[in-house]
Design a protein around this ligand. Structure first.
Ligand code: PEP
Ligand code: MG
Length: 586
């Protein structure tokens, strides 16, 4: 048994599927001599498609972002068209009878060990370029998950170093029951993806890919972070029982979706959903969300083969808005940087990416790209006004007053541009994401510049505690229930309420029973979370009164240690809604 960080609650038992960097299954069989020609042809088709993608990308990026950024793709094309690259790959197929995917894997390893010995930073960066090219060809090979040529039976537990958006796309509709990653922490994006789909997950298990291979039986316990590889029959059956209980609880809670979002004493609450795409919006509607509190638009960019232009963005946003439950849809502008990078926006390595060139800081330096997104949001919003929906625009990582003023100016300019094109523009409330401690400290002077606030506790916690949200080594510090975090949240919520500015919290703590209970006690009435958690929060609300939550909050304010807060809130949840204890991660 291995212990990691529990990042998405629940229990799953299934067959391991290990995601290698380029999706090579360790058990992939060698080719029979008669299969070599067909494999060479398959590789050639993928290579030609990749070259076409890179040409199109170079042109599109040059047009929409700039020539400097486009040069990255031109250099990738040069790698692809380098005869040595092509010959080596073909040799692995023709001489060693490897599949095209395995051939690329070997090639990458060969270069990696060659480059590992160099001190030349430039060459090291070239390895990243090579990796990008290999991943692109590999994407076109779209190998199915087949050890020994047979499809893996039953539900999959994905085991990866880190779950990337490209993996999620490649996995498509496969029945993924659990996720295990070597890297990451409670609010890393792999964890958020798992939570958004209600899939049990454990992160921070260093070296697990060396201990498990595709086809192994594996148990994931997302409540306390246990992972068991090839369990004996007794352990497997105990976990299967827990898995059944977890499903039963989920089914029971799903029945709550039609309940009003109200506490036991009649206080109305907004239970909004965090979404990445239209599929999530449908899940949000099915789970009884009262609106969309956070649409992370960067996923549109991360999963798009190139740069989505104004029309493509407009179509994507209107589709999301049209499918949304309730009357509020909050669209966040691009939040790239930190652990999410898109190559065409420049991917120079930074020593501290989370404190570096991220979110609006990056968007400001690509003014045309930024303006395009703002226009697409304004257009999609105008179209929806007739249906009575409010579309709100949310800016991530706002740090200073000046930034907020500059953002307002950009929105006004985009509005004028559209008006000069005779495009109808509606009124769109503009809000800031409160995730930087500096903004929390100056919340009272920032409030007059915005129409609403959304607290991004995932980032706020990592910045307040100076503990990287993706680093398992410091996950004991990156805790939303730490007393200093609670003090800051209490103050920010009080400031917004006093100024009558709508405030939502859209970090992961909104969807955990303990976090929700505490925030409700602070006076928060709008929560945004992964759709999977909405039914549970309705359940909690049914048993909760304002007076009870306020008294719990007051008591917590006197606690000095993180463990004291956690223990006390766990006890309270057990008393108030005992069946929800299974849904809080340790
Ligand atoms: C947050 O920081 O709390 C948040 C919701 O944004 P993200 O997780 O996308 O950084
Ligand atoms: Mg954030």
């Amino acid at each position: 048994m291995r212990n990691g960080i529990p990042v998405s609650p629940g229990v799953a038992v299934g067959t391991a599927y290990c995601i290698d960097e380029i999706f090579v299954n360790p058990d992939t069989k060698r080719l029979e001599p008669g299969e070599v020609q067909a494999e060479l042809a398959r590789y050639e088709r993928a290579r030609v498609k990749t070259a076409a993608d890179l040409r199109a990308l170079t042109q599109k990026v040059a047009r929409q972002v700039g020539p400097h950024e486009a040069a990255i793709f031109a250099s990738h094309l040069a790698i692809l068209e380098d005869p040595a690259f092509d010959e080596k790959t073909r040799a692995w197929i023709a001489e060693h009878h490897e599949t095209a995917q395995a051939a690329l894997h070997h090639l990458l390893n060969e270069y990696a060990s060659l480059f590992a010995r160099t001190k030349d930073e430039y060459l090291k960066l070239r390895l990243n370029d090579l990796r990008d090219v290999v991943l692109r060809i590999s994407g076109h090979l779209s190998e199915v998950l087949q050890p020994d040529g047979k499809a893996i039976a039953g539900p999959l537990i994905v085991v990866a170093d880190e779950l990337l958006p490209s993996h999620v796309v490649a996995l498509g509709d496969r029945p993924v029951m659990g996720i295990v990653t070597q890297a990451g922490g409670q609010t890393s994006h792999a964890a958020i993806l798992a939570r958004s789909r209600g899939i049990p997950a454990v992160s921070g298990l260093r070296g697990i890919l060396k201990q498990v291979k595709t086809g192994d039986r594996i148990v994931v316990d997302g409540r306390d972070g246990h992972v068991v590889v090839n369990p004996d029959a007794e352990i497997e059956s105990a976990y299967r029982k827990l898995q059944r209980e977890f499903f039963l609880l989920k089914d029971q809670l799903a029945a709550n979706r039609d309940l009003p979002a109200k506490s036991a004493d009649g206080e109305t609450v907004q239970l909004l959903a965090n979404i990445n795409n239209v599929a999530d919006v449908k899940a949000a509607a099915a789970m009884g969300a009262t609106g969309i509190g956070l649409y992370r638009t960067e996923y549109l960019f991360l999963t798009h083969p190139s740069v989505p232009d104004e029309e493509e963005q407009f179509q994507a946003y209107r589709e999301v808005i049209a499918a949304s439950p309730g009357n509020t849809v909050t669209i966040r502008t691009l939040d790239i940087g930190g652990d999410k990078t898109v190559p065409y926006l420049g991917h120079a390595r930074e020593a501290n990416p989370f404190m570096g060139w991220r979110s609006i800081r990056l968007s400001f330096e690509h003014p045309e790209l930024f303006a395009t997104q703002i226009r697409a949001i304004l257009r999609a919003a105008a179209e929806q006004e007739a249906s009575g929906r409010t579309v709100r625009m949310l800016f991530p990582m706002v740090t200073t007053f000046e930034e907020m003023r500059r953002l307002r100016t950009m929105v006004d300019r985009a509005r004028r541009q559209l008006e000069s094109r005779r495009v109808r523009v509606g009124s769109v409330p503009v809000g800031l994401m409160l995730e930087v401690p500096a903004a929390a400290v100056s919340i009272r002077s920032l409030l007059p510049t915005v129409d609403f606030v959304s607290i991004g506790s995932n980032d706020l916690v990592q910045y307040l505690m100076a503990a990287d949200r993706d680093n398992p080594k410091v996950s004991h510090l990156c805790q939303p229930l730490a007393p200093p975090v609670i003090r800051v949240l209490t103050d920010v919520i009080a400031a917004c309420n006093a100024a009558n500015k709508p405030v939502t919290l859209c970090g992961e703590m909104a969807g955990s029973p303990r976090g929700f209970l505490l925030l409700f006690g602070m006076g928060l009435r709008s929560f945004s979370m992964s759709p999977a958690f909405i039914p549970s929060m309705k359940e909690l609300l049914c048993h909760l009164t304002v007076a009870k939550a306020e008294s719990i909050h007051r008591r917590v304010l006197s606690h000095k240690a993180i463990s004291q807060v956690t223990r006390y809130l766990t006890e309270q949840i057990k008393k108030i809604a005992p069946n929800l204890a299974m849904l809080d991660t340790a």
